[in-house]
Write a protein that binds this ligand. Structure first.
Ligand code: NFS
Ligand code: SF4
Length: 655
């Protein structure tokens, strides 16, 4: 009974809309918020990473009585192995997404996936040039074919040359560093196979060797996501500033409400496009029209490019159905709680799965295929219209909570905006502001929600603290979703929360871009897209490093994942560190069972790569630690620059 009471009092979110649905629900519907409480207490062996199930003699758990596994594996081996398998899971997910796009491009080039086209030829040109492809006298399709061929090679190739999407997107010093440490991957798929083999029972027991392989795997995560971002931009356009709204209030009772949930824009872009064409069908069914809205990263994709409103982020994905107003939830891959199906059974919502590798028993399944994309999108939207007919006229309870969001900040869009102040060296606008002390540095907010902490609370707190302290902020994934829902991703938030330095910085950009931005005035925190678009955030970091002419470990750019949850987040954090940047994580990952492995993450990583992890669950302390990490770097940068000027030498490379 006590558990029941706790569940009723369950308030594990600070999102007003989510909270009101949880509080008003009388239906007894079970959500992740309830299941989390029922799951307590959770196993401490798992939580600290010392449980091994790699062979059938297991599970082996490290205790005082048994300080090694049956095979003799130490805690450090078990923890390191589990960690790097988790990185492999994340890298596999991102590269699966990237490869799906490559295959679609190949089909398109064979005139099969007819609904897709080259939407952004300039991006194609930029990517091709970066890859060293000679584009003279070639038509767009020929160039794209060469880009796709190189992308496929990055997955598996015969040569030992570095992967193109790594070598051509990062600073040379980093390539040299990875080469020195022998972690330049030979190919994404090759590395996945290598890592699974290396972590098989009776293979590598050396934690340092294992962790280095884990970092190599993490670099593959970066490659997979960068390919995904580039190809998505080519097919669907590079994002530009766009303004819309976020949170449950974006649902409208008299519209056919469709949530797009998952990750890959191949499906969601098509649904948004076809929904626009099918307005009359919705009107014939008695609705005012069709409203598409996003959950998780596919939501970020269509927000960035099409201005589709944000419905919610990861943790509250089940709740929109409980308003009675959601007609369909269309999902593709990743971060889809199987629980959505059970919730939908209590309402009229159609949950539609679409991909061969992400089905849910009992859900509607419409097998999506690229060569019949528009037709499939129509079939799915018809399911939503049917559902609308069932609930037409019935009462719905949509919390009237929504906030204005300005998103769409690709690196290209930022470059364009900064270019109004300095056309020759756009990124110098940021480096100058940091050098002069107007800004204290740059922070990327990334990652998920995680029930181990209060939903959106840490995001909210840390963002406000950093804003007050003049930190330029960008965001991706569900962290961006959080900022959007909470009203932190718009121009009003600049006036409310930014310190004087940040405020004047944003004002001067607004002023210089008055005509270009129109009503899209710059927000407090810049949305750079989905989780695969952490590639964009890193491209920004690289652009700053190039502007300063220094290697990554010297730039004041920190990442923060206050509510990391998925294996993908583990992979991203790991490459961010390998790239030389500090990374705050607000939920301690499963590594504390080995002081050695934990020490590598917190300390040794810095000695070798210049980046390191900061574990801190308390948002106030996290903000202080992030600021300290930025200050250390800006301080060093100023000292080094001063010395270089004084003695007329080059800027010191060491960190
Ligand atoms: Ni990223 Fe985006 Fe969200 Fe986390 Fe999941 S949707 S890919 S993994 S939960 S941020
Ligand atoms: Fe136990 Fe070793 Fe098997 Fe792991 S690999 S389950 S530690 S015997």
């Amino acid at each position: 009974m006590k558990a029941e009471k706790e569940i009723k009092e369950n308030k594990r979110t600070v999102d007003e809309a989510a909270l009101s649905v949880l509080e008003q629900d009388q239906s007894g519907v079970e959500t992740a918020f309830d299941r989390y409480l029922r799951m307590q207490p959770q196993c401490n062996f798992g939580r600290t990473g010392v449980c091994c199930r790699i062979c059938l003699q297991g599970p082996c758990r490290i205790t005082k009585k048994a300080d090694k596994g049956i095979c003799g594996a130490h805690a450090y081996t078990i923890v390191a192995r589990n960690l790097i398998r988790s990185i492999t899971g994340g890298a596999s997910a991102h590269s699966d997404h990237g490869r799906h796009l490559v295959y679609t491009v190949l089909e398109m080039l064979e005139d099969k996936a007819l609904a897709y086209a080259i939407e952004d030829p300039q991006k194609l040109q930029r990517v091709a040039e970066r890859l060293g492809i000679n584009t003279d006298d070639k038509d767009e399709k020929e160039v794209l074919a060469e880009v796709a061929a190189l992308a496929l090679e990055d997955f598996i190739k015969a040569s030992t040359d570095p992967c193109k999407w790594l070598e051509t997107t990062i600073v040379k010093d980093r390539v040299d560093k990875f080469s020195e440490c022998n972690i330049l991957p030979r190919g994404v798929h090759t590395t996945i196979a290598e890592t699974m083999a290396q972590t098989h029972m009776g293979m590598d027991a050396d934690p340092v060797n294992l962790i280095f392989q884990g970092l190599k795997m993490a670099l593959c995560d970066y490659i997979g996501m960068h390919i995904a971002t580039d190809l998505s931009d080519i097919l669907f356009g590079t994002p530009k500033p766009v303004t819309t709204e976020a949170n449950f209030g974006v649902m409208e009772a008299d519209m056919v409400n469709i949530a797009l949930h998952g990750h890959n824009p191949l499906l969601s872009e098509m649904i948004v496009r076809v929904a626009r064409e099918m307005k009359d069908d919705a009107v014939a069914a008695g609705a005012r029209g069709i409203k598409c809205m996003g959950i998780c990263c596919t939501g970020n994709e269509v927000l960035m490019r099409q201005g589709v409103p944000v419905l919610t982020n990861f943790l509250s994905q089940e709740l929109p159905m409980m308003t009675g107003a959601l007609d369909a939830m269309v999902v593709d891959v990743q971060c889809i709680m199987p629980g959505v199906k059970a919730v939908s059974e209590c309402f009229h919502t159609r949950v539609v799965t679409t991909m061969p590798n992400a089905k849910i028993p009992g859900a509607h399944h419409v097998a999506f295929s690229e060569d019949r994309a528009a037709e499939k999108a129509k079939e799915i939207i018809n399911l939503a219209i049917e559902a609308f007919k069932e609930r037409k006229g019935l009462e719905v309870a949509i919390p009237q909570v929504k906030n204005k969001v300005t998103a769409g900040f690709s690196v290209e869009a930022l470059e364009d905006i900064l270019g109004e102040l300095n056309p020759d060296q756009p990124f110098k606008v940021i480096t100058d502001a940091i050098d002069s002390g107007q800004l204290r540095g740059v922070v990327l907010f990334a990652g998920c929600n995680n029930l181990r902490v209060l939903q959106d609370h840490s995001h909210n707190e840390i963002i406000r603290q950093l804003a007050k302290n003049d930190v330029l902020m960008v965001a991706t994934g569900c962290a961006a979703g959080s900022a959007a829902k909470m009203g932190l991703m718009n121009d009003d938030a600049v006036e409310l929360y930014a310190g004087e330095g940040l405020k004047s910085f944003i004002h001067s950009l607004n002023k210089a871009n008055e005509e270009k931005l129109e009503s899209n005035k710059l927000p407090l925190i810049f949305h750079m897209g989905s989780c695969v678009d952490n590639s964009r955030a890193f491209d920004l970091a690289t652009a700053l490093a190039k502007q300063w002419e220094i290697d990554m470990p010297k730039i004041p750019f920190v990442a923060s994942a206050p509510e990391a949850m998925s294996e993908k987040a583990v992979a991203i954090g790991s490459w961010w560190v390998a790239m030389g940047l500090p990374t705050h994580v607000g939920v301690v990952p499963e590594v504390t069972g080995s002081a050695l492995v934990n020490g590598i993450a917190l300390q040794v990583a810095e000695d070798v790569y210049g980046g390191y992890f900061i574990w801190e669950e308390d948002p106030q302390k996290a903000a202080e630690k992030i600021l300290a990490a930025l200050d250390e770097r800006t301080w060093k940068l100023r000292i080094h620059r001063g010395l270089a000027d004084k003695y007329e030498t080059e800027l010191s490379k060491s960190y």
